[in-house]
Write a protein that binds this ligand. Structure first.
Ligand code: URA
Ligand code: CA
Length: 433
């Protein structure tokens, strides 16, 4: 088999076989196929697309290019959740203990990553003593005992995706549905879950800004997951403004605690129940989505959900009393209010700008080496549709620096205040199952 023939076949719009796809991916991972041939193939895929079968083969070839996590020693149906990413997305911190509290095993492998704030692992490390570097034996024992554990990413998962994603980044081929969908799904499948719930975000703060693109990506990922034998469901949710109020690491932990107690922001609560009820249903802990939702609501009302959070934190060496004493979380030295300059209704909050403002404070990593300030971030006091009066606070800045002029400027650019009636975006656009 020759790579040039595979490139030519895809260039001409023909369907590649399983063998051809594996040949390309395996050869590329091993370094036998050079970057220039792989970029040509990626560009051919960009223009000619792939059938569902081709996408499934591509995903599986990437999964098989490296280590795969084996969760078979854990009892029950293991359900994982993935978000395509947004600003102030606190859902994992809420969902993991919430869903575990009704009996679904959550064996979560999570990253740090680059972004406006840290990843789930960074956020959890704002709890004094919390350990994510646990070995796989302990990880499995913890999930069997408590139904929940979170471990930092280790091992050599999907090396083909790492290499191909980096190549796509510099050859203008990131923006391709078959390539994005297979990239995301390969990582999820290699992480070992039996079933997957995807939160595909759309809007100004999302990777997929247009609803139509988000729908196409969601359908593509659901087809790949199901095609690879993992039951997959996608929820398309709004990211035209940050989710909840908090954007930051310790601030989001506090927000997750509030939500698990039933005292959190409405949008975060609703999205967690929408995603969570699908996880519980796929995890076979309820007979219908409605029953799953009732169980989750009851877990929050009765205190079972927040108790599960405490058990989880204590089991991984963290101080569970942060639940009663959130002031034990890292706190910033200064707070500043960004005030409205006129009366009206908030009509827009550009999520990306809020994210950049948070990262300017030090809440996120700009390079792999940079250190995160877990205490800093933003709390939104007004969201889209809220009325404001001149002088009222739009956002509270939590900073360890006294000069926040650049941050204030970003926040002022992010907010639009209108004197007209404002239509709110729906929170959930579609569920694909
Ligand atoms: N995120 C991924 O993991 N892969 C892509 O291709 C795009 C976004
Ligand atoms: Ca949030």
């Amino acid at each position: 088999m020759r790579m040039i023939d595979i490139i030519e076949k895809k260039r001409d719009g023909l369907e590649l076989t399983k063998e051809e796809i594996y040949f390309a991916i395996n050869g590329y991972t091993k370094g036998e196929i050079p970057d220039y041939q792989m970029s040509a193939l990626a560009m051919a895929i960009y223009f000619q697309d792939m059938t569902t079968e081709e996408r499934v083969h591509l995903t599986k070839a990437m999964v098989e290019s490296g280590d795969q996590v084996d969760l078979s020693a854990i009892d029950g149906v293991k359900v994982d959740k993935h978000s395509t990413g947004g600003v102030g997305d606190t859902t994992t911190l809420v969902l993991a203990p919430l869903v575990a509290s009704v009996g679904v095993p959550i064996a979560k492998m999570s990253g740090r990553g680059l972004g406006h704030t840290g990843g789930t692992v960074d956020k959890l490390e704002s709890i004094q003593g919390f350990q994510v570097e646990i070995d796989s034996k302990e990880f499995i024992e913890l999930v069997n005992k408590n139904k929940i554990a979170v471990v930092g990413q280790s091992g050599n998962l999907t090396p083909a995706d790492k290499k191909l994603y980096a190549l796509r980044d510099v050859t203008a081929t990131v923006d391709s549905i078959p390539l994005i969908a297979s990239s995301i799904m390969s990582k999820k499948i290699a992480s070992g879950a039996d079933a997957i719930v995807l939160d595909v975000k759309t809007g100004s703060g999302a990777f997929m800004k247009e609803l139509e693109d988000a729908k196409e990506l969601a359908h593509a990922m659901v087809q790949i997951g199901n095609g690879a034998g993992r039951k997959t469901v996608a929820v398309i949710s709004d990211m035209n403004q940050p989710l909840g109020f908090a954007v930051g690491n310790a601030l989001e932990v506090k927000e997750a605690i509030d939500t698990l107690k039933g005292e959190g922001p409405e949008d975060l609560y609703e999205l967690c129940l929408t995603l969570g009820s699908r996880m519980v249903y796929l995890g076979k802990q309820a007979e219908s989505i409605e029953q799953a939702r009732e169980k989750l609501e009851e877990a929050i009302r009765s205190g079972k959900a927040i108790e599960k959070f405490k058990t989880f934190v204590a089991a991984q060496g963290g101080d569970p009393s942060v639940v009663e004493y959130p002031s034990k979380l890292p706190t910033a030295s200064y707070t500043f209010e960004v005030k409205a300059k006129e009366d009206g209704v908030v009509s827009q909050i550009i999520a990306d700008e809020i994210g950049i403002a948070a990262s300017l404070l030090g809440a996120g990593r700009l390079t792999k080496e940079s250190k995160i300030d877990l205490a800093v971030g933003l709390v939104l006091n007004k969201k889209i549709g809220d009325s404001v009066q001149k002088g009222e606070s739009l956002v509270t800045i939590h900073s360890n620096r006294e000069d926040v002029s650049e941050v204030v400027e970003k926040i002022e650019n992010a907010y639009t205040i209108s004197d007209q009636k404002v239509e709110k975006h729906p929170l959930i656009y579609e569920v694909i199952d």
